[in-house]
Design a protein around this ligand. Structure first.
Ligand SMILES: Nc1ncnc2c1ncn2[C@@H]1O[C@H](COP(=O)(O)OP(=O)(O)OP(=O)(O)O)[C@@H](O)[C@H]1O
Ligand SMILES: [Mg+2]
Length: 241
């Protein structure tokens, strides 16, 4: 289906045990589109990212990839359909070196034969990782750990990259670098779902914005000219960000 959305959340609710985090969330990402997902702390952004990559199942409603219902599918099936998730926080194996982290990840996602090629691509993308290939990942700086997480998903050339607060805790100059990388990925045709506290960066990169408010989509619209709406929505929901 050429015109099917790459990803669609259709009236999705999601739960953690007895706690319901999402209520009837609908969100559509067309191939090549870039969507910013904003909202106060605890609004449900990370939960949407998890549902969109198969980490958390939808309790009701449906998640579709290329128009196919992915209910009950596992995370690796989302990955094979081209959905990559760079999760919140530092998602590296601290006691393995930079290169071991990359090799482990590429072996799983791309197969043994493609590991060497993928490593050179990763180091071309982030030369700093190449310089530090033998360093234990746990001793990398926060920004370098983010680069390592990003390199893992980027080299796999996903069709949709879901990035959850990639720039959290990074120096402004590193945030700029991360956003330059995201912009070039976008240009190469990868769709983006960006969860971000740096609203200006997110608005500059994305063409569509969805604001979550207590587990519901409170506002949705084009990124262009959305800054005022975004600020007032976030103030109304009590966010300090
Ligand atoms: N594993 C979990 N178990 C129980 N409750 C959870 C779990 N993960 C998230 N929640 C709850 O679900 C709600 C939404 O959380 P979520 O992490 O999606 O918010 P968020 O918008 O990403 O917030 P932040 O900006 O702080 O990262 C919160 O009330 C949170 O406490
Ligand atoms: Mg979050």
């Amino acid at each position: 289906m050429a015109d099917a959305p790459l990803l669609e959340l259709r009236d999705v609710s999601a739960e953690y045990g007895p706690f319901r985090a999402l209520f009837g969330v609908s969100l559509t990402i067309m191939p090549g589109a870039a969507v910013a997902l904003l909202g106060a702390n605890g609004a449900g952004k990370t939960t949407v990212a998890r549902v969109a990559s198969g980490l958390v199942p939808a309790a009701t409603g449906a998640v579709l990839v290329d128009g196919r219902d992915m209910s009950g599918r596992r995370t690796y099936e989302f990955a094979r359909a081209g959905i990559a998730h760079a999760p919140e926080g530092r998602s590296v194996f601290a006691t393995f070196t930079v290169e071991e982290n990359l090799v482990l990840s590429f072996r799983q996602s791309l197969g043994k034969a493609r590991v060497a090629g993928a490593l050179s691509e990763a180091y071309a993308l982030f030369p700093r990782l190449g310089e530090r290939r033998r360093q234990l990942a746990g001793t990398l700086s926060g920004g370098e750990q983010r680069m390592l997480s990003l390199a893992r998903v980027l080299v796999e050339k996903p069709r949709l990259l879901i990035a959850d607060e990639l720039s959290l805790g990074l120096a402004p100059i590193v945030v700029d670098e991360v956003y330059e990388t995201l912009a070039s990925i976008r240009t190469s045709g990868t769709a983006l779902l960006i969860v971000e506290q740096h609203i200006q960066h997110a608005l500059a990169l994305c063409d569509h914005v969805a604001i979550l408010d207590h587990g519901r989509v409170g506002w949705e619209g084009p990124a262009e000219g959305a800054a005022n709406v975004v600020v007032s929505q976030l103030f109304e929901t009590g966010s300090s960000t």
